[in-house]
Design a protein around this ligand. Structure first.
Ligand code: C5P
Length: 219
């Protein structure tokens, strides 16, 4: 039977009022490249996609679910988790969201001051939820993007989020065409990949994910 890969992709948007939001520079390119490589490996693919200009072609083998916020992303992931063999958290989920969304556009004239304070609340950690609620044979793969201490932060995330593998990327990877990730496995082994296109990096990531899935399955 075909392996099903569930991927989160792109940024999330956390609205402040009907026209403004908190978000990040994620392009969704890596999510698309992962979906394409998984399709090439004859997997079924489900992508839960935050807002970006990247279009992922929908087909019988590739279901795409559009979401806006982290809460919506988590709900879509929960709905599709049962059918997944491999979960890949490639989305740059906004860690915080405004505590409330103003019903109408916030007017400068209503603020009456040159500064404004936004009160934010922590979003759910989607991959952590998946990793701690997964069935025995489900594989969970995460990403880490850092401006400093990349490998030590990535290793800490791998452990704290209960992942099977983490793909560590330097911050300049965000919205770029290329990446030179280090793949870190649960047993501490590492593979440092040379700079390559996100498509080529995605092939390595999908191949490693399938290998882990097959290893767990035969145990
Ligand atoms: O903690 P940090 O955001 O650096 O972790 C990155 C990994 O966690 C990525 O795989 C990302 O998709 C996932 N993540 C998530 N939900 C969040 C924050 C991060 O799934 N709220």
């Amino acid at each position: 039977m075909a392996i099903t890969v569930l991927i989160t992709s792109g940024p999330t948007r956390e609205y402040i009022d009907p026209v403004r939001f908190v978000s990040n520079a994620s392009s969704g390119k890596m999510g698309k490249a992962l979906a394409e490589q998984a399709l090439k490996q004859k997997c079924n693919v489900i992508v839960v996609k935050g807002p970006s200009d990247i279009d992922i072609p929908r087909s019988k083998k590739c279901k795409v679910i559009d979401v806006v916020s982290a809460k919506e992303m988590l709900a879509a992931v929960k709905q599709n988790l049962k059918s997944a063999d491999i979960f890949i958290g490639a989305a740059a989920v906004s860690d915080y969201r405004p505590i409330e969304i103003a019903k109408t556009k916030i007017k400068k004239t209503d603020i009456g001051s040159d500064t404004i304070t936004l009160k934010l609340v922590k979003n759910p950690d989607i991959i952590r939820y998946v990793a701690f609620h997964r069935e025995e044979k489900q594989v969970v793969i995460g990403f880490a993007l850092e401006t400093r201490n990349l490998l030590s932060y990535a290793k800490a995330k791998l452990k704290e989020k209960n992942l099977d593998m983490i793909v560590a990327n330097a911050a300049k990877t965000i919205s770029s065409k290329n990446s030179a990730p280090t793949i870190i496995f649960k047993d501490g082994n590492m593979r440092k990949l040379k700079m390559r296109s996100k498509e080529k990096a995605a092939k390595e990531i999908i191949d490693e994910s399938i290998r882990i899935f097959k290893t767990i399955k035969t145990c």
